[in-house]
Design a binder for this molecule. Structure first.
Ligand SMILES: [Zn+2]
Length: 287
């Protein structure tokens, strides 16, 4: 009986010793790891206030480099496809193949816009809010922002411009295209629905793309084809699905919100006060 008790006490001592050792080791580990994660994220403009182990595990699952690419704060994934135009390095070949197929049909496919950085999108946003760039309605007519509430301004801008950090152009997977062969050399490209509609200059391109994208072979698709009151229909905007799908999965409300909290973005309070609705309507609602 006494012998059994001694064995139990011995056993309990070992358990206690091992538990102490484990807790000591894990504390050392987290003390070492936490600051490096925190400073790494802060260096990339992603704030974090790590308090619990759960949050640390969450942070572990975010690939920091990929998160930076997602919000337009890294250019490590890019390649210069034409002078001054960048796309994701995995999109160069598929896009050039699309250009070659277009040429076979007499369409001179040109890139209006490929990759756009967070800072570039922020400049566009702030220029629109401050009236330095026009904010247009669905027919391409400039709106008078002075007659709108702050929330109406935000919605009017988001109809045709993404929030900085939430543009698919950050990923390098998305391009805005036009047909050089359809217009005169001095044509001023507007990227408005009328240009791509039945009586527009780029209708031939619209029809060619309809056919080309239908079978999915090229890998490209149009993410903005249905008007559900969020982002307007953009027949000129193509996305390379095999690479874009990764970024779509990674898109993270918390990372985007924290990025905007730290940015010098005009109408910040209105954006943050309505963030959940904006995220649902303009960021998640993709087709
Ligand atoms: Zn676009």
């Amino acid at each position: 009986m006494v012998q059994a008790m001694v064995r139990w006490v011995e056993f309990a001592r070992w358990v206690l010793l091992l538990a102490t050792l484990a807790s000591y080791t894990s504390e050392l580990y987290f003390r070492a790891v936490l600051p490096s994660y925190t400073s790494e994220l802060q260096r990339h403009g992603l704030s974090c206030r790590l308090a619990t182990m759960t949050q640390l595990y969450e942070m572990n699952s975010i690939d920091v480099m990929k998160a930076r690419q997602m919000i337009g704060q890294s250019d490590a994934h890019l390649a210069e496809i034409f002078p001054g135009h960048f796309v994701h390095s995995d999109v160069v070949e598929p896009y050039l193949a699309l250009v070659a197929r277009a040429a076979d049909s007499g369409v001179d496919l040109r890139l209006a816009s490929g990759y756009r950085s967070f800072d570039r999108q922020l400049t566009i946003w702030n220029a629109k809010v401050s009236g330095q760039r026009p904010v247009c309605d669905d027919r391409g007519t400039p709106l008078d922002l002075n007659t709108l509430t702050d929330l109406d301004k935000v919605n009017a801008i988001l109809r045709w411009s993404a929030l900085p950090g939430a543009s698919r152009h950050h990923w390098g997977t998305d391009v805005d295209v036009w047909d050089r062969a359809a217009v005169e050399t001095d044509y001023c490209l507007q990227l408005v629905p009328g240009e791509y509609a039945g009586d527009g200059v780029f209708f031939r391109l619209t029809r060619w793309l309809d056919e080309m994208l239908a079978n999915g072979e090229s890998g490209f698709f149009r993410p903005y084809t249905v008007d559900d009151g969020g982002v307007g229909v953009e027949p000129w905007h193509l996305s390379f699905r095999p690479v874009a799908a990764d970024f779509e999965q990674l898109m993270n409300q918390r990372v985007l919100r924290e990025t905007l909290e730290q940015a010098d973005i005009l109408l910040k309070k209105t954006v943050l006060d309505n963030f959940a609705t904006i995220y649902q309507r303009y960021v998640l609602a993709r087709h």
